[in-house]
Design a protein around this ligand. Structure first.
Ligand code: URP
Ligand code: ZN
Ligand code: ZN
Length: 480
């Protein structure tokens, strides 16, 4: 019997802490050696100095998620994880959504049915709590936390999903008692409804008014309130999909005060602006997501947040609705109000290449920060570390070998999702995943997807690693 199933030879290996040159030995799906001049394998991949990173952990994406507005999530676990793998992501964490009036347990059972045998890469579940009843908070959530569902998202907006402050406090209290991680969608619902009503009364229905209806202060107020509620309960939270300077300021202020507030942002806030909602005709609907992309100044603040400690995680928030489709963005036609357009944009495959090229390649972030933001920190926060999110002896052999210098123009026809557009159409990037391994299996080879549905396994999550050192924090940048 050989010592290794596979050796990856001669790579420039990056973790969240270091970049070093070594061979990687893999046996039974795990990394078993990191050293020079390894030999004794059934198979060797010689990568001749290529960059090697841990497979991405996409900790915020929506796959086969039921909707309440009649729209259909375009990607199921097969197309979504095929697209993820092609873009270098080897762990996804989508959401088991509790429909109001139903139990959380039912939502989880249903989501297992939707995912069993369908994924190409490994996956865990976040829960979405929409009905924080005494039964849910007293029994269901604690039991599910025990069973490996250790994170849950709550919404401060969307009529079908939102919780009021008292309900949020109830959920945060469960998280504190049972060591859960609460992800909060922070936008002020009343303000959005008021502004939307006014815009519609004035006949302002076009996609661009989606941004007008959800301005920065709407995000700031809710972010501030979410932090206040978390401070009252004394529990860490993570603010998802942060888009604006106002929200960044609230997060930084809280972090400086020593509160455990984590921040997540997404490529749409680094690469898109509100001008993308103002494309001819109905095209702007392609970029309707919440919070909306903002202006160039806000975009710069979000980029700065990747290195000043505001953000620990960059996720895709892949929320796939097809464009030219009555079950997608055109749910009620092209003259419909922005209010009715399904929210969310696709991006599970482009997340890593965009950040690798425009972040690392352009010198905005270093490679270690790239790994921290796209893999390690999410694995730590959601209780999957060190099995996922790093290259270390004992970790799953989830690995991306990069084609560092390959120039790729992003067009929808090269992507593997089931969506008929990408908001990043025409952007040229340098660097693309050449080979991707999931637990030692080649799932992408020379850019071609080889993985099979059913390889991906469900991952129960440990309680979040609350004290995990996640790298730089904004407090490191305080004057002495
Ligand atoms: O617009 C977005 N982000 N839609 C997806 C659902 C969510 O709120 O994350
Ligand atoms: Zn959200
Ligand atoms: Zn989302």
């Amino acid at each position: 019997m050989t010592k290794f199933d596979l050796i990856i030879k001669g790579g420039r290996v990056a973790t969240a802490a270091d970049v070093f040159h070594c061979d990687i030995g893999i046996k039974d799906g795990r990394i078993t050696a990191l050293a020079d001049n390894l030999d004794g394998a059934d198979e060797v991949i010689d990568v001749a100095g290529a960059t090697i990173t841990p497979g991405g952990v996409d900790a915020h994406c929506h796959l086969d998620q039921p909707s309440m507005d009649g729209s259909v999530c375009a990607d199921d676990f097969t197309s979504g994880t095929r697209s993820a793998a092609a873009g270098g992501t080897t762990t996804v964490i989508p959401f088991a959504l509790q429909m109001r009036g139903l139990s959380l347990k039912e939502a989880v059972d249903d989501y297992h049915k939707r995912s069993d045998g369908k994924a190409l890469v490994d996956y865990a579940f976040h829960l979405i709590v929409t009905d924080a009843t005494p039964q849910v908070c007293g029994q269901e959530l604690p039991a599910l936390l025990q069973d490996g569902y250790s994170s849950f998202k709550i919404y401060m907006t969307y009529d079908d999903l939102k919780l009021d402050d008292g309900q949020i406090l109830d959920v945060l209290a469960v998280a504190r008692r049972h060591q859960g991680m609460v992800m909060i969608h922070a936008e002020n619902s009343e303000c959005i409804t008021w502004l939307t009503d006014k815009l519609e009364q004035a006949g302002k229905l076009a996609p661009k008014y989606h941004a007008t209806s959800r301005p920065g202060p709407v995000e700031r107020e809710a972010t501030h309130r979410a932090i206040t509620l978390a401070e009252l309960i004394d529990v860490p939270i993570l603010i998802v999909h942060v888009s604006s300077e106002q929200a960044v300021q609230e997060i930084q202020r809280a972090q400086r005060r020593g509160l455990k507030i984590y921040g997540e942002t997404c490529p749409q806030y680094l690469f898109l602006t509100e001008d993308d909602l103002d494309k001819p005709g109905f095209e702007g609907a392609k970029c309707i997501c919440s919070p909306p992309p903002r202006d160039k100044e806000n975009q710069q603040v979000i980029w700065d947040g990747l290195t000043n400690g505001t953000f620990q995680v960059v996720s895709s928030d892949h929320a796939p609705s097809r464009y030219n489709d009555p079950q997608g963005k055109m749910l009620q036609g092209t003259e419909a109000s922005f209010r009715i357009v399904p929210n969310g944009i696709p991006g599970i495959e482009t997340r890593l290449p965009l950040l690798f090229s425009e972040g690392v390649g352009k010198g905005r972030i270093d490679l270690q920060t790239f790994v921290a933001l796209t893999a390690s920190n999410a694995a730590k926060i959601y209780g999957l570390y060190p099995r996922k999110g790093t290259i270390a002896v004992g970790a799953d052999a989830d690995i991306v070998i990069w084609d560092d210098h390959r120039k790729v123009t992003i067009t929808n026809d090269i992507l593997h999702h089931n969506v008929d557009y990408t908001p990043y159409e025409g952007i040229e990037v340098t660097g693309w995943p050449r080979t991707v391994l999931s637990r030692g299996q080649v799932v992408v080879e020379d850019g071609e997807v080889k993985g099979k549905a059913g390889h991906g396994q469900f991952l129960p999550c440990d309680p979040p690693e609350k004290a995990a050192p996640l790298g730089r924090s904004v407090t490191d940048f305080q004057p002495a």
